[in-house]
Design a protein around this ligand. Structure first.
Ligand SMILES: [Zn+2]
Length: 437
């Protein structure tokens, strides 16, 4: 009974793979030139709005930028966007592509298998790409299903953004990374380093090396309490500096960057001193933390939209369990003001949203909230391109429309520097030279 559909699936997958391989060969064999004529173009590296420009693309990468509406002989395709502003593909540095919050989230954990989450993630990935996000950093999943999603996207099997994934989050027993919080004893068990739960520097090394074995691209740690888990504190410190330092040292052995979820001031302080690359959320980041972040060159990824959504959901009866609603009401309204203060203090800011806490595809609402917090529109756009690429250590390939970088190009109808809400109206998406919208 089972062999027939499995065999059919195997044949379908083989065909898809061989078709993709043939396409790749063709690209290298003949010059595959495309042009995009843009009414305006945002040069994120220079922080400037350019006039009429033509982007010349060869294969997956940008060959050159020419001023005006240039005709390139031998171009296979000329895309004409005379009234649009072109920008580099957007980067969301904090997403959860394999989940989307709903009122059944907490009981789904007992009903759904990893395969269910993986199948749903292909839909969320497409929505994210359609919204103009050609690259994301996935900061925690359930059981490494985001690694499978990344591989399927890279193989051309499903459409989606380029993913850099942290696999499972790393944290301590009973902390924000412990997915068994709130379970009855016999179901909770005692997860260990293999599942990202550590209680010593030695455990930290094992957990990071397990991530390397599993195929992760980055590391996410939980040095402070969080909103959407069933424990009491949202901001207590949950990892020692020694544990954080061990994670960072191990991560750097394997070329991983480290992202630290942290709401509380003490958790933030320890994470910065421990050497992490970015603080996620940063709700109670105080003046001393901001000074420390600047000294250490640590990025802040504010996720304002997550705070706003959590507050909204907390006030709808029955959406969150009571313990979580209390924490969400506390933290939700603070994140935006802290982000504004951090911007004024000169902390480096990269764009990230915590997508999955709110519905995937609405990522670009964060731009509006960043501008509301006092950041200039160009700064917000650079945070989602040039600066996010620096945080990911991918600035050689991503973050600006420049010769040699990946042809990740999006367009919006009009000038987003005049109206930042236009970032929510992306109507053209190209990733690595391939048009998706
Ligand atoms: Zn998150």
């Amino acid at each position: 009974m089972h062999s027939l559909p499995t065999a059919a699936l195997a044949i379908a997958v083989t065909l898809a793979l061989s078709a993709h391989a043939a396409e790749a060969d063709k690209t290298t064999a003949t010059a595959d030139i495309k042009t995009i004529h843009c009414g305006h173009l945002i040069d994120t590296a220079a922080g400037k709005l350019l006039g009429e420009s033509t982007i010349v693309i060869e294969g997956a990468r940008i060959k050159e930028i020419r001023a005006g509406n240039a005709t390139v002989t031998g171009a296979k395709q000329a895309i004409d966007l005379p009234t649009s502003t072109c920008l580099p593909g957007l980067i969301d540095s904090h997403v959860h592509l394999t989940m989307e919050f709903s009122p059944t989230t907490y009981s789904d954990k007992f009903r759904l298998n990893v395969a269910d989450f993986a199948i749903r993630s292909t839909v969320y990935a497409r929505r994210t790409l359609d919204a103009g996000f050609t690259t994301v950093r996935n900061l925690a999943d359930i059981d490494n299903e985001s690694i499978a999603l990344r591989n399927a996207i890279n193989a051309g099997i499903v459409p989606g953004p380029r993913i850099f994934t942290a696999g499972k989050a790393i944290g301590s027993t009973g902390g924000h990374a412990d997915s068994t919080d709130g379970y009855r004893k016999d179901l909770a068990g005692d997860p260990g380093p293999k599942d990202g739960i550590i209680n010593s520097p030695e455990d930290a090394w094992k957990a990071v090396r397990q991530h390397y074995k599993d195929g992760a691209d980055a590391i996410k740690i939980m040095p402070s309490g969080g909103v959407l888990d069933e424990s009491t504190s949202v901001d207590n410190a949950q990892m020692t500096i020694e544990e954080i330092k061990a994670v960072v040292a191990a991560a750097h052995d394997y070329g991983f960057t480290v992202a630290a979820h942290a709401h509380g001031a003490e958790g933030i302080r320890r994470a910065i001193l421990g050497g992490v690359d970015s603080i996620e959320h940063g709700t109670y980041m105080d003046d001393a933390d901001m000074k420390l972040a600047k000294e250490h060159g640590t990025w802040l990824v504010p996720t304002i939209i997550a705070g706003k959504t959590a507050e909204e959901m907390a006030n709808k009866p029955g959406v969150y369990p009571p313990q979580i609603a209390t924490k969400a009401r506390l933290v939700g309204p603070i994140i935006q003001a802290t982000a504004g203060k951090a911007y004024k203090a000169g902390v480096k800011i990269a764009f990230g949203t915590d997508a999955g806490v709110y519905p995937h595809g609405n990522n670009a609402r964060e731009f509006e909230y960043m501008v509301e917090a006092g950041m200039p529109p160009m700064f917000a756009i650079q945070a989602a391109t040039l600066h996010a690429a620096q945080l990911l250590k991918q600035n050689k390939d991503l973050g600006s429309i420049a010769a040699g970088k990946y042809a990740d190009v999006i367009a919006v109808p009009g000038n987003p520097l005049d109206d930042i809400k236009l970032m929510q109206k992306v109507d053209f998406v190209m990733k690595a030279g391939e048009r998706y919208k």
